[in-house]
Structures are given as C-alpha cells and as structure tokens.
Design a protein around this ligand. Structure first.
Ligand SMILES: Cc1cc2nc3c(=O)[nH]c(=O)nc-3n(C[C@H](O)[C@H](O)[C@H](O)COP(=O)(O)O)c2cc1C
Length: 222
C-alpha cells in the first residue's frame, strides 16, 4: 500500500523500570531531531511520535504461531498482539532508545520485537544506546536482531556515555541527569547525522513501496 500521509517515525522508549531515565533520553533524542528542517518545516518529510513500552506492558510472548508466518493480523490469537500490530503498522521507521543491561539490551524490548515480524520488516531503524560506556554492546546485539527481522538498520548508532559514576547512580534513580545543561551537548551533531541517514533510508523505502504498489496496479490492469 502506498503511504499517502507524511511517514511517521516512532521513537521507542525501551526501558520499563520504575524509576528509569529512558524517557529523559528519548526526549533529548526527539528534541535534537526536531531541529532537522526535514522534520520541522511545513514541507516536513516525516513526523516523530513516541511509543513507551511501559505503557504497552505486553505479557511475555504468548502466541501459538511464529509471527513470520502470519500475513493477516486478524490471525493473531491474542488481542494485545493485534493491538501491538496496529500500533507498529502505523509507523514507517523506528528509533530505538535503549539502556545496556548486563552487556545486553532489555528483555522487554526483545519480547516486544518477537511478537511481530511483517510489521517490522523492510522498515528503517536507528539505534541510540546509553550506559556507563555508551551501551555499545547492547546496540550491537540489537542491530543483529533487527536485521533478523529484515529491518534496514543504520550502521551509525549514537552511543551516549553517562558523564561519570554519579550520573549512572542518578540515572538509575530516574533523577534529572542534566541533559540540556551541558550533558551530551556534543552528541547532538552525531544524533542529527544519524537522523539524516534515517530519513534517507526512509525515502528509499517509501519509494520502493510506491513502485511496488504501482506495478501491482499495472499487473491488475493487464
Ligand atoms: C539490570 C541492570 C543492568 C545494568 N547493566 C549495565 C551495563 O551492562 N552497562 C552499563 O553501562 N550500565 C548498566 N546498568 C546501569 C544503567 O546504565 C543505568 O541504570 C540506567 O539508568 C538504566 O536505564 P533506565 O533507567 O532507563 O532503565 C545496568 C542497570 C541495570 C538496572
């Protein structure tokens, strides 16, 4: 199906602990990207919205069928899977904002990914990790899984390093870690560059969808 509306990019908040720092960081990523003309001008090529995995509160994956075998979302057994499918289908690209937990990414994110397949496939993805050393190990593992879901994952993965041990302690308590007051000012350019690359991949993906839709229409007319 051709997208007639402006494509939507969803920023996914991938930590669900209480308390947590992830919403602060997702908001920093969003406000940084909102300085890109392609996302703010009247001729914006995409819009940004947020998905909070805590709000979704999905149970542990409990579908009887492998999601890659499901082409029609009405075939999902669970109502929460059908609702999650509708949500993910609304967006044409994703930005995953995630912490590193024990050298990996949060289990709640793997659970949310495993529920679906075709809803993710073919869509561009940007990964922004954070941690004491930037969370690069979590980002690398997530990239591999997203590629398994056939997503178009950016090689450019901004990694945000907490400015010292006190910041890790404050972040863990969900306290204000001073973003916008000096913390990560220098990281904004890297996030913007990755955002531009994501918009490039999104334009390519949308063009492919449009060509596919036109050739289907052409085939029907023959
Ligand atoms: C279970 C757990 C494991 C963690 N493992 C790591 C780690 O491997 N590397 C790291 O830099 N920080 C680690 N941390 C510290 C997190 O970077 C910090 O707690 C951060 O606030 C977590 O993000 P959140 O508040 O959004 O959940 C860990 C924190 C938790 C709760």
């Amino acid at each position: 199906m051709t997208t007639t509306q402006t494509p939507s990019i969803a920023v996914i908040i991938c930590s669900t602990r209480q308390p947590r720092v992830c919403p602060q960081i997702a908001s920093f990523v969003t406000s940084t990207l909102q300085t890109l003309p392609s996302l703010t001008s009247t001729t914006a090529t995409a819009t940004l919205s947020t998905i909070d995995l805590a709000t979704w509160n999905l149970p542990m994956f409990n579908e009887p069928t492998i999601p890659s075998q499901i082409k029609d979302p009405s075939a999902y057994a669970q109502p929460h899977t059908r609702a999650w499918s509708v949500e993910i289908s609304k967006h044409q690209a994703f930005i995953f904002v995630l912490p590193q937990y024990n050298w990996g990414y949060p289990a709640v994110l793997k659970n949310a990914l495993d529920y679906l397949f075709h809803e993710w496939a073919g869509k561009p993805a940007m990964v922004v990790s954070y941690g004491g050393h930037g969370g690069g190990k979590a980002a690398g593992q997530l990239k591999q899984v997203l590629q398994g879901l056939r997503m178009r994952v950016l090689d450019n993965m901004p990694a945000l390093t907490f400015p010292g041990h006190d910041a890790v302690v404050a972040a863990t308590k969900g306290e204000d870690i001073g973003i916008g007051e000096g913390v990560w000012d220098g990281e904004r350019d890297g996030i913007r560059r990755a955002g531009e690359e994501l918009l490039g991949l999104l334009a390519e993906a949308e063009a492919e969808v449009a060509v596919g839709s036109m050739s289907k229409k052409g085939a029907k007319g023959q």
